[in-house]
Write a protein that binds this ligand. Sequence first.
Ligand code: APR
Length: 240
Amino acid sequence: MIFESIKNQIKDVKKIAFVTGAGISQESGIPTFRGKGGLWRNHDAMKLATIDAFYENPKLVWEWYNERRENIFSVSPNQGHKAIADLEKYVKVVILTQNIDGLHQKAGSSEVLELHGSIVKIKCTVCDFKDEIMTKFSEIPPLCKCGNILRPDVVWFGESLPEEIWKHAIVQASQCDMMIIAGTSLVVSPANTLPIYAKQNNAYLIEINPEKTEMSSEMDLIINDTSANVLPKIVSMFKE
Ligand code: APR
């Protein structure tokens, strides 16, 4: 029944925007932030993911990021990421992701907007230095050549999203005719406004999440299952 209604929708679809969050990488072995097993259940976000927390205890924050870097570098994309990458063969696809793990790109997706930065990227807290480092840091906090502390180039609570990426994300959301929202609780702003932009364009909204979210009532279709289960089924319909 559920998949029948998608079949009817995909006939005329020209552009699909995906909005993804931590849940899409859960089946790759990366914990989510909220809900069962979520990182924010055992860790205080305000002590690990704000600029004030970082200046107060850069070593603690870097230890946490170092652990996450190690985990993320060791895992692989799952069937959900792979299905989205495969979908590019059949329709225009853009991914608007809150994830910093790079797994969409690893799976082969070509248009990925990283709204919250990337775990491989670092930047200086003072000068303009930026880099991409694929290994764990042995000395923490790592220092810039200018002598100041380097920080992860990710978006922390209270910080703005990278301006150009966010503008581009709004344009993409406003132009899609289908939006698939997978593995995000949609509680974090402004990423959680993207479905509203899509809706204003009369896009068909599909939510894939084992749990209900605060925006489930706005969706045209809700599939309460995991993304690695559902996405390959959706993509297979484009091949028929
Ligand atoms: N498949 C699909 N969805 C899943 C799966 C799965 N296998 N497992 C869990 N989920 C769902 C959960 O039910 C939850 O609704 O994924 C969602 C994950 O929500 P969050 O942990 O809040 O992750 P996210 O929405 O990406 O968080 C947004 O908050 O602190 C941050 O900056 C961080 O980018 C992150 C932002």
